[in-house]
Design a protein around this ligand. Sequence first.
Ligand SMILES: [Zn+2]
Ligand SMILES: [Zn+2]
Length: 188
Amino acid sequence: MLQQDLHIHTTYSTSDSSVVPEQTVALVAAVNHARVVGISDHLENLLDGIFDIYAGEIRQVGLKVGVEVDGHSWVAEATGCDVDYYLFHCRDQDADYRSLDRLLATGRPVIVAHPNALCTDLSRVPTECLVEINNRYVWRTDWKQFYGPFKNRFKFVIGSDAHQPNWLGQAAAHFAAAQLGIKEHLVF
Ligand SMILES: [Zn+2]
Ligand SMILES: [Zn+2]
């Protein structure tokens, strides 16, 4: 079992076409692939009262409530949400770096989401922020060169950025086998 996974999308991310209909909060909770699981759907999909329903559903199954904030234009909305933590898209622009300070001022954990995919300049990120290494994007860039110089500057968080049950690793298959009462045969 993983220690934590705080970057998971569900069917609440309605604008994200890679989320499948089966990726519900209930399924993620049932798969139980990590000791601490947080849901982090896109804030722009949680407007008009949807956030309260979203947060209620997540808390009811004992998971952490996050949101993924797409840059500075969403920060005012984000600071008004009763979340346990933020994931933030920090593009390489002044307004986004300033937004990190505004999110930190809430006292909640702020995770800089997949900075390697957004060309975030980590030398401009406050050291109070957590930096994400995520399963969806890490392999697409020269991760040694990108993260290496900052490995002593930040605390890091590892996330799946799962949009589908199978992105949660083997956990979905283990869950189904366990439900069927099937024990895996270890070949070696
Ligand atoms: Zn993202
Ligand atoms: Zn995401």
